[in-house]
Design a protein around this ligand. Sequence first.
Ligand SMILES: [Zn+2]
Length: 204
Amino acid sequence: MPEPAADFHARVLAAAVDGRLPAPAMSQWDIFPWEAVDGAVVPKVLDAPGAEAPRAGEEGGRSCPACAGFTADRLVWEDEHWQLTVEPRPSGLPLVLTLWSREHLDTGDLDDDQAGEFGRIANRLVRIVQGLPHVGRVHVNRWGDGCSHFHVWFVARPEGFAQIKGSYAVEWDDILPPVDEDVWRADLHTVATKLANWGGHARA
Ligand SMILES: [Zn+2]
């Protein structure tokens, strides 16, 4: 049940006022790098450096969400060592998935076997998600400034939109109205069952 690009566009325009969507919450975040001055969008002034804030799972930081356990509505697929999760509700891009190691590691801490497993799962996952008919490409991102538990994002952008490219696709995810939940759930089920062909358990 794919959503063709023309249908995607029509749905977005229907949610907009004069073609324009409202600014997302991220535009109010401290780390948002732009602001309006005298009607022009300009970079913010860079603040003086300070101490690094503890991340989730580090001493002084909030508890680690992966170690605390994901709720069933977030699990897409899992095996002995890995968990694939999604937010409980759809967002603006077709799919945004996160692959976590079960063990509390940071990027760079995986041994060769763990790195090999990650590479195989990531490669399969990109191939599967990119095979969905309305997905143009899957971006693979590791940020790691919020949580110290190894986790990598798989961000599927829609096909056919010249503006939704590269790292800006992540921003469009918060700008665009959520995709249709039935389409989203069907995609999650496809991803989970296809990934389980190589092992592990489909949970979506
Ligand atoms: Zn953890």
